[in-house]
Design a protein around this ligand. Structure first.
Ligand code: ZN
Length: 311
């Protein structure tokens, strides 16, 4: 048991952004009548979904039931922007958890964010932040965010790759899959591009990594397995990826391969994956939406995040 120290300074205040009648539905814990499945505005749908999951009132959405776009509230973006600023300054990854306070029906995001490593958020840091959040009043940790410095060292020629678009590492996928309580994980880059994955009902049903040999179901083996499907391998000592055949690759080739890894893990584990920009919104890339406006962005033809449908 974690002892509660109701620390009001720990969490950021939610700012009411909508006066729509759906706020009423949120307080009544019923599905908004006019909910548009194609886009989830925070106060209309995303907040209701996270609180209902936290209350245990509903189960996870079907992987095909996630909306084609969603938007975070300002009080989340304030914390994410602060993490991005910290990463710009010190090149470290920064981390925070998102919690649910059942009694007060609040979705909680901290003011205080935690400094991670240069390339990774350790299990210990994750656990420490979960414990702190629970001490400060969170009943359940529903997800987490971390930042990515906008570079990745590719071992072959020690190139520094600047990621054009938002991506998650195979390690990020693994961390979400093994944290049973958590349903989403997001990574924000210093250009504020954001990638987010959500577990679905099907993820819960098939959560085991039985396709990996026994003894090879740890995080590094998971990453290595998935990078190898695209001709890369993971070097745990240096925490880098490189081509199995030692060929050098361009930034674009590397980005394309990493995106294929993101899609392949999402398919295998029935995760919905979103990409977008903090402050503007996120579009669903898997399962594929019929929104062809994302195609150029997805293929790297433009780094401009597509405008999302008006909410
Ligand atoms: Zn990451």
């Amino acid at each position: 048991m974690v002892e509660r120290t109701n620390n009001g300074n720990y969490w950021r205040e939610e700012i009411e952004e909508s006066t729509s009648p759906s706020a009423l539905h949120t307080s009544l814990r019923v599905s908004p009548v006019n909910s548009n499945r194609d886009s989830w505005q925070y106060s209309d749908r995303l907040k209701w979904y996270l609180l209902s999951l936290g209350n245990g009132d509903i189960s996870l959405e079907d992987v095909g039931g996630y909306p084609v776009s969603m938007r975070f509230p300002k009080y989340w973006n304030d914390t994410l922007n602060e993490m991005v600023e910290n990463t710009r300054k010190d090149k470290h990854e920064w981390f925070c958890v998102v919690g649910v306070d059942r009694l007060n029906q609040r979705v909680l995001i901290p003011r205080r964010v935690a400094q991670g490593g240069l390339k990774m958020i350790s299990h210990n840091l994750h656990k420490e932040q979960v414990d702190l959040a629970k001490e400060a009043g969170a009943d359940m940790i529903i997800g987490s965010f971390h930042t990515h410095p906008s570079r990745h060292e590719y071992r072959g020629l020690i190139k520094r790759f600047f990621l054009a678009n938002s991506l998650l590492s195979a390690h990020d996928f693994y961390a979400l899959l093994v944290h049973d309580e958590e349903v989403f994980s997001g990574a924000v880059q210093t250009n504020k591009q954001d990638a987010l994955i959500f577990k679905s009902r099907q993820t819960k049903v098939e959560k085991d990594m039985t396709y990996l040999p026994p003894g090879y179901r740890d995080q590094n083996s998971f990453a290595d397995y998935w990078y190898r499907t695209l001709g890369y391998k993971y070097n745990p000592e240096e925490q880098t990826t490189e081509r199995v055949d030692k060929k050098s690759v361009s930034t674009d080739e590397w980005n394309d391969a990493m995106w294929e890894v993101n899609l392949a893990i999402s398919r295998k584990h029935h995760l919905a994956i979103y990409r977008g920009n903090v402050g503007f919104g996120l579009g669903r890339f898997y399962p594929p939406s019929t929104n062809s406006q994302y195609d150029d962005f997805l293929k790297g033809k433009t780094s401009k995040v597509p405008e999302l449908p008006k909410l």
